[in-house]
Structures are given as C-alpha cells and as structure tokens.
Design a protein around this ligand. Structure first.
Ligand code: BDR
Ligand code: CA
Length: 330
C-alpha cells in the first residue's frame, strides 16, 4: 500500500452527486481508488455502469468498474428519478463512453469480495447508492466484515426528515432489506445521512470556478450535470433559488473517510423499517441503557455510528481545494 493512501471501493449509482463524489475522490491524493461497483438507483444499472465508465474515461483514469444489482432484494423496483438526475443520470449530458472502456467481467459483489480478500484489513467501502451489492457480497462471503477496514454509507437519517417519505432517505428506501442486512452485519460502519448532508450546500458557482480553472471535459461535464441537479433543488428549496446549488450527499461519505474530525457522531444499533408507511426509515437506538424488550434491539446487536453534525465550511473548502489542484492531464 502506498504510504498514507486509503484503498477504497466505491459503490455508486451515478447520479449527479455521485459524479461529484467520484471526481473528488479521483482528484484527492490520499485516496487509492481500487474499483467502482455500480447499482440501480438514480438510473438503471446498465446506465450507472456506462456513467462510471464515462466519468473515469473523462478523468483519464483506468479504474475497474464492475456492474452490480439491477433491482432490490425483495421490494418491487421504483422507476429512476429522471426529474432529479436526468434520464441519463448526468443531467442529459449526451456523451457516451468510448467502446474501448468495458466493465469488469465480475459482478459487483464478486469484485468486492475478491478485492477485500486480496488485502484483508486494508480496504474501505464507500457506498452511496442502495445497499444491494454490499448485502450480496455478505451473502457470498459472510465473514467479509472482519476483513474490511471501514465502511462509510451515504444514506438514511436519524432526526432530519426523509427525502422520499417523511421518514425515509432514498438509498435506504430503494432496498430496505439489503440495508438492514448491511446495518446489522457487524462491521465498522458509519452512516452519513441527511442529518449532515442537508447541512452542506455545494454551489453551482463553485463548480463554475473549477470548470473555468481546468477548461477540461471532465469538469465541464460535472458542471453541466450539476446545473441540472441544482435546477431540481431550486424547485424544492427556496434558499437554493437565490444561491443555486444542491446538498452535498454522496460527497460527504468521502469527506468522512478522509476527515472524520469534521463530523460529530453518535453510536447505536441502527435498524431499517422493512414494510409499511415507515418503509426505509433508519431507526437508531440512542438510549442503550433502556434494554428494550422488543426483538431486534438486543444489547448484543452490532452498533454503527451515525453522523449528526458537520463542519460545513471545512468540507466545502476541502472540496474546492481538491478540485482546483492540477489533477487532470491536459
Ligand atoms: C441519495 O440518493 C441519491 O439520489 C443520491 O445520489 C444520494 O446518494 C440522497 O438521498
Ligand atoms: Ca447516490
């Protein structure tokens, strides 16, 4: 392992904020991107794979991309939210990956297992889509949690209202069964949910500065996609009309990986509501001394961390500094 670099597998459904997170990760010198695994969510999974291949191509990085789950474990799939990310997931970018850039022959779950087991105890997973691939990897390799260094998830919420229902966040709601499997697997897991992602607004203006500085197809594509995404956010949130931008969501998973000191966390058992009006809700036991009698909240259930506060300005400064440095070849 190169000194100081964090080896990472990025599990993603690109998606505009996924694309921002990916470019940040590729630009950051302390992240060693071992591979990208794709999942349905913001788009159908073949499109997610095509987008990952396109984005890595634009950034001139030959990172492995392995395609994963095309549907949830049990619930019926929901149509992708084209009104948020565009029909192509990248704000109607109208670019296609070159035919020479192809996906890995392994499934995402197999790729995750192979890559983690090749470097036991070293690899971190950053997952920013529905958690189906991670749950599938646990089925393939039940002791995977003891071999993973850490896992950071963008998804869920503890106190902040949901974004697909009053209580559910989109990634968890898209596959609640897989998410509950992942939250109870017993690995060093941190949830970066809406409690913090709704506190950090990335502005279009910042990405305009980045694009102007680089004059590069990768940052131009990001700006194009991000403008589309910001237009959606402006229809929902008044403060994003005067200062166009969007919540940082997936980006913050990498921020946590690099800078856990930017976040305040709480620990506790996190479970997911599988059915009914609360489907997809992440419920955290914040009072372990209560010894609840209901099954599922036993004292020996694995605990996770949830991010509850964030230093917003520190995250935004790190984003801009990272994207501004000369990380793209001319
Ligand atoms: C999450 O849902 C997706 O739309 C975004 O990419 C992000 O991962 C936010 O709820
Ligand atoms: Ca995502």
């Amino acid at each position: 392992m190169s000194q100081g670099r964090i080896p990472v597998i990025f599990d993603t459904d690109p998606g505009v904020d996924d694309a921002l997170a990916l470019l940040f990760a590729l630009a950051h010198p302390d992240i060693e991107m071992l591979g990208i695994t794709t999942v349905f969510g913001n788009v159908e999974v073949p499109q997610a794979t095509a987008n990952a291949l396109l984005l890595t191509h634009l950034c001139d990085r030959d990172v492995a991309v392995a395609q994963g789950a095309g549907k949830p474990w049990r619930k019926a799939p929901h149509p992708p939210p084209a009104f948020i990310h565009g029909a192509d997931g990248l704000g109607e970018l109208a670019l296609t990956r070159p035919a020479t850039r192809c996906a890995d022959s392994r499934s995402a779950a197999n790729f995750i297992v192979d890559t983690v087991m090749a470097r036991p105890g070293e690899v971190s997973l950053v997952a920013v889509g529905p958690l189906t691939n991670l749950a599938d990897a646990l089925t393939l390799q039940p002791d995977l949690p003891t071999h993973v260094k850490s896992i950071v998830i963008m998804g869920g919420t503890v106190l902040e209202p949901g974004n697909v229902s009053p209580v559910a966040e989109a990634n968890i709601w898209n596959d609640p069964d897989a998410a509950d499997r992942v939250f109870t697997a017993g690995w060093p897991l941190t949830m970066v949910g809406l409690d913090v992602t709704h506190r950090v607004v990335v502005t279009v203006e910042m990405l305009e500065r980045v694009a102007a500085a680089h004059q590069h197809p990768a940052t131009d594509a990001l700006l194009h996609a991000f403008r589309f995404y910001a237009n959606f956010y402006a229809t929902r949130h008044g403060h994003l009309v005067t200062q166009p931008g969007s919540y940082a969501h997936d980006l913050l998973a990498f921020m946590y990986l690099l800078h856990p000191d930017y976040f305040g966390t709480e620990s506790g058992v996190i479970r997911v509501a599988l059915e009914g009006l609360a489907q997809g809700q992440t419920m955290m036991c914040r009072q372990p001394f209560m010894h609840y009698a209901q099954a599922g909240w036993e004292a020996n259930m694995p605990q996770s961390k949830a991010c509850m506060s964030v230093q917003s300005q520190a995250c935004l400064s790190l984003l801009e500094e990272t994207l501004m440095q000369p990380w793209l070849s001319p």
